[in-house]
Design a protein around this ligand. Structure first.
Ligand SMILES: [Zn+2]
Length: 456
């Protein structure tokens, strides 16, 4: 079945095309690179089969679009998405997006939880932040932000299984601007899940193949050095928690502390530092683990600053991996952290990737023992110098810690849901103080240990 979404013709002027048609030609390459994106898009018509059922095809539109592209290529700057709106009326939910040029995008659905993902190529998302606070009709929540350097996403969390009833991309010949209108209609959950499964078979789970994670920084490892991977939580489209009064984003707090900690460690001892991200970019949980393995790290420290429902709870917590959570709060934090990929439009953590299986592994037992020993050291160093939660050493099934080879801990600096914690964590002096304490703990922990040989 071939899908031809509606192509309205605006008074004989160039009109837009659906994302699935003619893309290879339209955005070919201002910089002479071949875009893998084009390949994914060529799969899309089949992938979207059944998802865009109503069609009024007008093939005659194609030549006009090439004319519009000539104009677009004259301006090399990325297209800007400058406005977004949600329209809910009479059982119809529609999303209206405006661009200052022709948008290069693709659409796909995901389930558990049900989402529609719009992935943009080379488009700056200049939506008003207020746009994200929209909800209504079939749309439960909107999130948008960067995924990689040149890709960004608008992740639309659905309140019920849905399909795209109509997709209309229109060009304004005078201004060169485009508007995209997607209207959604509810469908049965079973049908939705079936379509998602078919689409994933074609595109790869959640388009995850397309999201290869952020850039990894750090020079080559030197003989006689311990490798420490710093993992600032969240980033890009996934902002993490947000402070209530300061509006500080968790992703910024975690990055700020990591940026202070890295150089402190490099100065303090034979430490080679690598970062899962050193910028405001999205990195999947899987990619974070992969960085630690690739670097053959001696220790990975994930840094977070989450929010809890209980706003009276405050203080730092050090988490290690366990198949069963040490307590309900630890479970809640792990559940929330494990959603990071979902927020960015990736698949939910794989249930077959259950930690119980690998806990039987002897390597992991050793790794877990090492992780726990480091968490004890960190608690000891922090005590009396920063606020700690009651029982600061906790454990739960954090996806990012599921790494049989690399000892890993997750440090919650505090909780952004707590007013005092929020103000402290937003303060660069406090960030520096905590980085200093973590650095001390790492130095003392590795003192007397022998670095592993780099082996090559
Ligand atoms: Zn977090």
């Amino acid at each position: 079945m071939t899908i031809q979404p509606a192509l309205p013709v605006g008074e004989g002027m160039p009109v837009g095309l659906p994302a699935s048609t003619g893309r290879q030609r339209t955005r070919c390459d201002l910089r002479g690179r071949i875009r893998p994106f084009a390949l994914a898009l060529s799969l899309l018509p089949a992938a979207m089969a059944g998802v865009v059922p109503e069609a009024s095809a007008q093939q005659s539109a194609v030549p006009a679009v090439e004319a519009a592209d000539g104009a677009a290529q004259a301006a090399v700057a990325a297209t800007v998405a400058y406005d977004g709106m949600l329209e809910v009326a009479d059982g119809e939910t529609a999303l209206l997006l405006k661009f200052d040029g022709k948008p290069d995008y693709r659409l796909f659905f995901m389930d558990r939880p049900d989402r529609l993902v719009l992935e943009f190529n080379n488009i700056t998302l200049g939506f008003d932040p207020e746009f994200a606070s929209n909800a209504g009709g079939l749309i439960r929540q909107l999130r948008f932000g960067s995924i990689t350097n040149d890709r960004s996403r608008l992740v639309v969390a659905l309140s019920a299984a849905a399909e795209i009833r109509q997709q209309v991309l229109e060009a304004d010949a005078e201004t060169g601007r485009y508007s995209l209108r997607l209207s959604l209609g509810e469908i049965e959950q079973g049908v939705f899940s079936q379509r998602v499964a078919e689409q994933q078979a074609l595109l790869g789970a959640s388009g995850e193949a397309v999201v290869k994670g952020g850039r990894v920084r750090g020079g080559p490892k030197r003989e006689g050095y311990f490798t420490i991977v710093l993992d600032p939580g969240h980033g890009g489209i996934d902002g993490g928690a947000e402070g209530r009064t300061t509006k500080v984003a968790e992703k910024d707090v975690t990055l700020a502390v990591s940026r202070q900690l890295g150089p402190m460690l490099e100065k303090a001892g034979p430490f080679h530092i690598a970062y899962t991200r050193d910028d405001d970019v999205f990195v999947s949980l899987r990619e974070r683990q992969a960085v630690a393995r690739r670097e053959n790290a001696d220790l990975m420290v994930s840094i977070h600053a989450d929010a809890l429902r209980q706003n009276y709870v405050r203080g730092a917590t050090i988490y290690t991996l366990a198949d069963k959570a040490s307590d309900a709060l630890a479970q809640e934090v792990a559940d929330s952290e494990n959603l990071a990929d979902v927020v960015a439009g990736l698949a939910a953590p794989n249930e077959t990737d259950i930690v119980t299986d690998i806990l039987a592994d002897l390597t992991l037992r050793e790794t877990t023992h090492f992780s726990r020993a480091f968490s004890l050291m960190l608690v000891r160093k922090m005590r009396d110098r920063v606020n700690l939660i009651n029982n600061p050493q906790r454990a739960a099934s954090f996806a990012v810690l599921k790494n049989a080879e690399v000892p890993s801990v997750l440090l919650e600096l505090g909780y952004l849901s707590n007013n005092e914690d929020e103000h402290l964590m937003a303060d660069p002096d406090w960030q520096s103080k905590v980085a200093g304490i973590v650095s001390e703990a790492v130095v003392e922990f590795f003192a007397g240990r022998q670095p592993r040989s780099t082996g090559n």
